[in-house]
Design a protein around this ligand. Sequence first.
Ligand SMILES: NC(=O)c1ccc[n+]([C@@H]2O[C@H](COP(=O)([O-])OP(=O)(O)OC[C@H]3O[C@@H](n4cnc5c(N)ncnc54)[C@H](O)[C@@H]3O)[C@@H](O)[C@H]2O)c1
Length: 342
Amino acid sequence: MSILKAAIIGGGHIADQNHLPALAKLPERVQVVSICSRDINKARALADKHGIPFAYDKADEMYQAEGRPDIVINCTANNLHYPFTTQALENGCHVFCEKPPAMNAAQANEMADLARQKGLILAYNFQRRHSPEYTALKNYHSLGKLGEVYHIKAHYLRRRGIPGWGNFTNKAIQGGGAMIDLGVHILDLALGLTGYQLPARVVANTYDFIGKAGGKGLKGSWNPESFEVEDACFAYLSFPGNVSMMLSTSFALNMEEEDVVNLEVFGTKGGAKLYPLSVHTEIAGELADIRFPHLGDVDIQLENTIAFLDLCEGKPANICDAAQGAVLQSIVEQIYQSAANK
Ligand SMILES: NC(=O)c1ccc[n+]([C@@H]2O[C@H](COP(=O)([O-])OP(=O)(O)OC[C@H]3O[C@@H](n4cnc5c(N)ncnc54)[C@H](O)[C@@H]3O)[C@@H](O)[C@H]2O)c1
């Protein structure tokens, strides 16, 4: 296999801290040739920091020039996932796009259709799939030990975690609040245990009491005057086959813990909690709890980057592909629509 040439579009936090370090660990498979970001000086500085030859501030120039890539890693803000991903696909590049897939279902479906038409790979960076707890849970489930999974409680909650930086409270850039930013991660994990299907019914509520009121923040202080998104969202999803899911997510909620991120899975033969992983079942006529004390550490970003490269090389891979991304984005849209129809 020849070494794939990669370009990063959007030279911010996730590019610098996650993607570039992971790509640097795979020199036999990929070489980052270009960084394209809005500010050419910042693009050049990030390229220099990571030893990357070319920097651009206009993606269309990059596709015509020496730094032309085979794969594009779209690390821009949510509202730019669709335009930069479609542009990259039109230019014949595979795309590894940050989460959420897009701003709405129509965009995510169009992105998936375009990738299919062009015969190119499009996948999304839901890297938590590679956590050792989730991998062990999936393996355990695939042995049939949980039986049929019929209900999941999925939480990604923060007590006062409205970010005091960035675009997180700007609806036009983010597309929403806690659900589209945090909830999507845990939704991806929950859907991976229930067949990644679309729900038949969705009932959801969103709130913005704390965001609009202001107050003490644990992730900087935010401006309540410009708070345009939901600070909390609670959704009940009912899937074909009598499978159900309760999804709860918040940037701000008056609760005891600072953060709660977890999945509770309920099956006909066993149940499980993800963090720390435990299984609850019946063995030899007794109720039993199983723990997994030796799971070890995994570089989840590296594993997801490897999964993307595998997919580009035609190998099967555990990654949120274009079709799954479109399902997830449709669910997010259904949740927001249900909440708006009160
Ligand atoms: N998978 C994860 O765990 C994870 C974690 C953090 C962020 N993200 C996602 O990554 C994306 C970026 O987040 P971030 O925290 O890096 O944001 P950021 O604001 O730090 O970076 C975004 C970058 O895009 C650049 N940009 C803006 N407009 C541009 C344009 N027209 N052309 C080229 N570049 C442009 C900005 O200059 C900035 O450098 C978001 O979609 C976010 O949801 C994912």
